[in-house]
Structure formats: structure tokens, C-alpha cells
Design a protein around this ligand. Sequence first.
Ligand code: UD1
Length: 426
Amino acid sequence: MEKLVIEGGRPLQGTARIEGAKNAALPILAASLLADGKVNIENVPDLLDIHVMLDILRALGARASYSGMSAAVDASTVRSSEIPEALMNKMRSSIFLMGPLLARFGEVTVYQPGGCAIGERKIDLHLRGLQALGATITESGNRIECRAAKLKGADVLLDFPSVGATENIMMAAVTAEGITTISNAAREPEIWDLQQFLNKMGSKIIGAGTDTITIEGVKKLSPCVHKIIPDRIVTGTLMVAAAATKGNITLEGVVPGHLTSVIHVLRRAGVQIAIDDDIMNVSGAGRPRAVERIVTSPYPSFPTDLQAQMMVLLSLADGLSVMKETVFEGRYKHVHELCAMGADIRMDGNSALIRGVPRLYGASVEATDLRAGAALVIAGLAAKGRTVIDQIHHIDRGYESIENTFNSLGGQIERTVTLSQDRIAL
Ligand code: UD1
């Protein structure tokens, strides 16, 4: 079992380059199923979730390889439209394969993705969107079969701007007959990146980045080369870490426009941020200020994926801050762990009341999900003493060797491997 052991108390210093966005790469890899030939995708982060997606593509019959931050997928050999249940359970994002498989084969079989540590994550909006395009859906147990002899363009209104549902419907609609309009679409930059990729392959999509996306169906898509956008959540994680450790770091390859709400909140907390094109300098001298109220909601508001990390900074701030989570219920498992490190956080419904303390202290804690794990790494870097984080496979889903990133900025993190008792007995 692997753990991260962090010796805290060192201000982060230096320069880091931002990796490609996991949440853009996953749907784009799924969309490569739509092309008739080999697609090359660059700036793909070397992450557990990415390798699971490549495994699923291979299990479907595609040729998929990964080296030097690039993925190549040739889906012309795909013959199956059923995603194996075991792989589906490994990653919720396998749901993205529904749209492209349905578009290509006129049928797809998936399994309800397993439970999730950050609360219930339904797929009703995905299914209703595909139904609007003409798919018939049969559910038996956790098996879901979708069929459509020919998908037809339609007007789809999402009850909530779900990122995944927007992407799935876009991918299903690209070769549908006629025009599809998605209203109340999610506006995340990763959706814009998917539009860029699909249009390079020959799709006709406009509007990604706004709440209305229009897709004019085309007959056929061809292979292309595409470079994934930088990861705004990794960028935000490093920005918060610099501030929490009272460090001074420079981040390269950033798209500051994707982080407007984050920059705004960090500046309110007293963090100094200087921007020069795609380079950002973040410096956190002095104690952070409390931020009266932060509400997570869909882009361009403050991202739920940075809620846990921001809470670490607010735990160290001077005064009382309030964080309200509106995207996922139950996304507060890190609160218990942060309190074990000395934070003073009380829950009130879906709001966390954070009374800043002068210092956090090292402790043994557990990463309960991806972003909660990243928050604990930041807390460990800022804390006095040693922090040991267990269950770090969650962190590896979304951060490329997080210990190397932080160690290159002057942090002190070691990945340790403990053999289980059974293996020792052998
Ligand atoms: C994506 C991101 C994830 C991020 C989230 C919100 C990827 C791979 N993951 O996840 O990191 O935290 O956006 O920014 O891009 N919902 C329904 N029915 C549905 C779909 C969603 O009720 O059919 C609800 C969910 O339960 C949740 C909310 O909508 O409460 C947001 O989910 P959604 O935007 O779909 O998130 P994901 O695409 O799963």
C-alpha cells in the first residue's frame, strides 16, 4: 500500500509547467471512437484515469498507445459496443463512451457507474439527452442498453448544466441527421476543447463555452491531431498550495481566463497574483484573509473541484469564512481529516463554517477522493510536522506524480510502499 509522507513547513518556491487537463482528455479520448482512422492527441497527462480509458478503448477493439504525453487511438478496428462492467466500475468517466458508441454502432451497452465518494452522481440527464435524439433505453438491473437505428437532431434542454451530459449529447449528435441544440449546456473550458477536437475531425459545432450549443450533423468524421488544454484544476491546486505555504511560485503554460473566479477569490484572501500572458506568479506572504462567502457552482463560478483545496487556505486565514457546496452533496469528507490536523471547521447543511487557526499540525489522514486528497497534500505542506496520507490512489487519478511536482518546488514529500501483512507472511 502506498502512502505520502510529508514534512511540512517549507514555503514553495520555483517554477512549474502545467500538465494537460484530465477532464478534457477523457471525453476527447472517448470521441476518438468517432473517427475513421488514427487520431493523435498531445499533452495527455500520465494519469490512472487516462490509462483506464485507454484500456477500455482497447477492450472495445481499438488500437491505443501512450508515450511521451501523447496518445494515439485507431478505432477503425472496434467491433464491440459493450463496455465491460469491470472496467466501467473503475472509472465513472467511462459513461462518456455512450454517445460516441451509439453514434457509431447505433447501439451501446453500459453499466451504471459504481457509487462515488463525493455523493450521488446520477446519469439521468445523459440518458434523457440520448432519448431526445431518438435512442430507446432499456435498463435491467445495472445494465443499460441504448439503441437507435438512426439518431436524429433535436432540441435538448438540460435541467442542470451537467458537464458529462453536455459532452455525451454533443458526441452523439455529431453524426445525427439534422440539427441538435443543447440549451442550459455546461460552459466549462473542457467542453470548448471537445468542440475544437470534434470540429477538427469534421463536425459542425458552435457555441461551446456558452449555454447554447448547436450541432449540425455530418456524415463522417476523419482523424486529426489535437493538443489538450492545460489543467485549470491542477493550476488552482498549485496556486492554493503556494499561498498556504506562504511561498512564491511561477506557473507556466496557464490559461488565466479559465481561472477568473479562482483568481478573484484568492486575491480576496490576500494572495498576490501577477499574470503575464500564459505565465502566472503566485505569492502568499503573510496570513491569508478570511473570505466571507464562497459558493461552488458550474463554470464560470468557483469550481467544486477546488473547494477542498481552498478550504485548507481558509483554515489558516484570519477570521471566519463560509464555503457553500452546491454541485455535489457529500463532498466534505476532507473536513474530518483537516480537523484532525487542527482546523476548526463546522458543518451547517451544505455550508462549512471555517474559523481560521494560526497553524495546522501534521497527522495521519486518509484521502477519501481525488480533490480531498489534493487538499490534504496542501495541508501537509503547510502544517508543522509530519503528515502521512493513506489511500493515495485517489490522488493519482488526477495529478501526475504529485510528490515530484511539489518536491521540484521545494516541498518534502516521499512516496512510501508498505507490504500488506499477507505478503510479509509469504
Ligand atoms: C465533471 C468533472 C468533475 C467535476 C464536475 C463538476 C469530468 C471527467 N469530471 O464531472 O471533475 O467535479 O464535472 O464540475 O469532467 N447530475 C445529475 N444527472 C446527470 C448528470 C449529473 O443529476 O445525468 C448531477 C450530479 O449528480 C452532480 C451535478 O449534476 O450533482 C454535476 O455533475 P456533472 O456536471 O455531470 O459532473 P461530471 O460530468 O460527472
